[in-house]
Design a protein around this ligand. Structure first.
Ligand code: S3P
Length: 743
């Protein structure tokens, strides 16, 4: 072993009990060099001998009194029911200023025992619990690395002084543990549910089956599932006996709740309530997947500590072949919302498995809707009807998705229960008064944070009344929000838009058999009808195809076909603008799929020229401007955009962020309050910031096709919100962009 070069900070550490986790703690501490001396205490002579031989401790004693003289820290790693006796023995000794700590799996009983033993005396005790099990035991299994990247929960008592706490915190961190704090009671509740109950179930299941089959024949037919489920029944029986008795109250509480749930499931089997069964199973499966993701996320975050998600886009390249970009984001959101509120089962194909649409899906699951999938873009939604949503257990977290929050606010304003809508840092900065104000006019009760920012809390139990709303801005999200609220409002709800915006809500409502009237720029609904389940085929998203439309136009010698793209006329501004600039885009195989027009788009290289973008096209290309600015940078002459102030309140301020990035690449880009002026020319390389905005990250990836040097694009993780698999598809088509780490 390498001798530690550190000067010890402390004198003597005493670890009482070397057989369980104590050996690993002692060994790790010895390796850390923080103590001058590590002394073990164990009743078993052989354990003491081995502990010294294996360099788990410097020396080992049989008697507490001998070991604890002049101790600085005393770690109690004895079985939990032995804790009371050891604490009483310690209280009878003179341990001076020594800080006591422990590793027991239940904290209430230990804290009580310590207070009882030390009644009337100074108590410097910091209870702790490392969540780092190992089925192995005994001093020979001691492993100084055992706690690395594992959680250690400290449950400080009110009487503990800050210095004692800081020292124990420091020791665990020195072992590489992630230290967290909880109250004693909270710790015992959490552990009863997540550790003690599962052990109890595993022990009971194995025992119950074993008793039924004396020769254990039943186990011959047990497969992997049984083995996985019952692995923890192989744990130390004495230790678990101690834990259940020590954490008795909390274990009983969680067991009672579980028994109720089990009874409900039993009842569902008796009454053949398939909906209930499916509800439990799909929710459980999703929760399990979520848990898996948290674990994966932890690994990902660890990786991110050394590497932020940066793209490197290498210069040059040309595009060819046929690609199908993922499903339309706007339609995917709406398919979940209307499918959930419909009567019957809705089947969706081509669903976008991006984080934004998944946030909507999760929100409806949280409100009790049984949703299967997505599996390869297929989703099955068991609609609950307009009045079938249930109160979610907590806030609905909508990640980066403005569409989720704004459209949901309309639906939720009319429910019987309260909801809170939250999101990530970007969403938390976005304006919500544009929906909250007209909803309040309809009778909704909504609270927001300062300046109308999220979180939004929407009070249930309000009766909405229909209004006519003249939208001050061209926003499909606001229009959709009000139409959805209108499904519940007394009388008629109508919305006038200042310019045409995407009309997927109107089309899809009609597809679900709900009457909507659209006359000129006014859309109207009345409450009182129902939504009937439907089949939805989501076309490829033109907003994702836009990156390839620009890429194929600006790269030399390119010809690319984008398959099955939605060409709803409220979305095709990007095609019109590129054509006005001289782009060569043709529509092939035009057809209608489930109420939405679709085509294959062929794009060829073209010499683009700068234009004044007609303002009427702005709402029809609202999400495509970041990449259109890249087209303008490659065009001959000047491009001017006006009337696009909405771009300043998207996932980022897209005017400023694009102007900043283009300047880094040597492009003359001048922001104006409602647009930008770009002088086309040549582009260099450099490092640009996407500010976590997916479309900015992808736009600069496309810019590389005409850049003279690599472009480093920072903060790209959010590409997954709208375009999962972007890098793979970009590489397939001929864009040389990769995640930096894999370059
Ligand atoms: C969307 C509407 C647009 C668009 C957004 C999706 C929708 O937002 O930018 O990506 O699905 O209704 P606004 O309504 O704010 O313009």
């Amino acid at each position: 072993m390498v001798e530690s070069q550190k000067v010890p900070m402390f004198g003597r550490l005493v670890v009482v009990g070397l057989g369980l986790i104590g050996g690993s703690f002692a060994k790790g501490m010895k390796e850390s060099g923080l103590f001058h001396e590590v002394v073990g205490v164990d009743r078993d002579r052989e354990t003491r001998r081995l502990a010294v031989e294996l360099e788990v401790v410097d020396s080992a004693e049989a008697e507490l009194a001998v070991a604890c003289q002049n101790a600085d820290v005393i770690q109690l790693a004895v079985p939990i029911l032995a804790m009371e006796r050891v604490l009483a023995e310690l209280a009878a000794l003179d341990i001076g200023q020594a800080v006591l700590t422990d590793v027991g799996s239940a904290k209430g009983s230990v804290a009580r025992a310590a207070r009882k033993a030390f009644a009337g005396k100074a108590l410097r005790f910091v209870p702790g619990h490392p969540i780092a099990g190992s089925e192995k035991s005994g001093v020979t299994a001691a492993n100084g690395q055992l706690f690395k990247r594992h959680k250690v929960i400290l449950t400080p008592l009110d009487e503990a002084d800050a210095e004692a706490l800081a020292n124990i915190d420091l020791l665990w961190r020195a072992l590489g543990a992630d230290v967290e704090y909880m109250t004693v009671d909270h710790h015992d509740e959490v552990l009863a549910a997540t550790s003690h109950l599962p052990h109890l179930l595993a022990f009971t299941l194995v025992d119950s089956l074993a008793q039924r089959s004396e020769n254990l024949e039943i186990f011959r037919y047990a497969a992997g599932g049984f083995r996985d489920f019952t692995r923890i029944a192989g744990s130390d029986p004495v230790m678990w006996h101690d834990i259940f008795l020590a954490n008795r109250e909390a274990v009983l509480r969680t067991l009672d709740t579980f028994r109720d749930d089990l009874d409900a499931l039993r009842q569902a089997v008796i009454t053949q309530d398939g909906h209930q069964l499916l509800g439990v199973f799909t929710r459980a499966r999703v929760a399990r997947e979520h848990f898996g993701k948290i674990l994966a996320r932890r690994a990902y975050v660890d990786a991110m500590q050394t590497k932020d998600l940066t793209y490197i886009a290498n210069p040059g390249g040309s595009l060819s072949g046929r690609v199908r970009v993922p499903g339309d984001k706007s339609i995917s959101h709406r398919s979940i919302m209307l499918g959930s509120l419909a009567d019957g089962t809705t089947e969706v194909e081509g669903f976008l498995e991006g984080e934004d649409a998944l946030a909507t899906l999760q929100a409806f699951r949280d409100m009790g809707v049984v949703i299967k999938g997505p599996t390869n873009g297929r989703v099955t939604i068991h609609g609950v009807g307009l009045h079938g949503l249930k109160a979610p257990a907590g806030p609905l977290y909508l990640g980066n998705s403005g569409t989720s929050m704004r459209l949901l606010s309309g639906i939720l304003s009319a429910q019987a229960f309260d909801t809170t809508l939250t999101g990530d840092a970007s969403l938390s900065k976005r304006p919500m008064n544009r929906v909250a104000d007209p909803l309040r006019e309809m009778g909704a009760v909504i609270e927001t944070a300062e300046q109308g920012r999220p979180p939004m809390t929407i009070r249930g139990g309000q009766k909405l009344k229909g209004i006519h709303y003249d939208m001050p801005m061209a926003s499909a999200q606001v229009k959709s929000c009000l139409l959805l609220a209108g499904l519940y409002a007394e009388g008629e709800t109508s919305v006038t838009e200042p310019a045409p915006t995407r009309d997927h809500t109107e089309r899809m409502l009609q597809g679900f058999g709900y009457p909507v009237t659209v006359e000129g720029n006014v859309a109207r609904v009345r409450s009182g009808s129902r939504l009937t389940a439907n089949r939805i085929e989501v076309p490829a998203d033109i907003s994702s195809a836009a990156f390839f439309l620009v890429a194929g136009s600006i790269a030399e010698n390119s010809e690319l076909v984008l398959e099955h793209v939605g060409i709803n006329p409220t979305r095709t501004g990007v095609i019109d603008i590129l054509r006005l600039m001289g782009g060569d885009i043709t529509l092939e195989n035009q057809r209608e799929v489930g109420g939405e027009p679709v085509a294959d788009l062929r794009v060829r290289s073209a010499t683009l020229k700068g234009i004044e973008i007609p303002e009427a096209l702005v709402p029809l290309a609202i999400d495509e401007f970041p990449v259109l600015f890249v087209a303008a940078s490659c065009a001959q002459g000047r491009t001017v955009l006006r009337g696009a102030e909405e771009l300043r309140v998207k996932e980022s301020d897209r005017i400023q962020v694009m102007a900043d990035g283009l300047k880094v690449l040597g492009v003359s880009a001048t922001p104006t309050p409602d647009g930008i002026v770009i002088e086309g020319g040549s582009m260099g390389g450099g490092e640009v910031e996407s500010h976590g905005d997916h479309r900015i990250a992808m736009a600069f990836s496309v810019a590389s096709l005409r850049a003279s040097a690599p472009i480093r694009i920072r903060d790209c993780a959010n590409v997954a919100t709208s375009f999962p698999g972007f890098l793979e598809l970009a590489a397939k088509a001929g864009i040389r962009v990769k995640e930096e780490a894999s370059v």
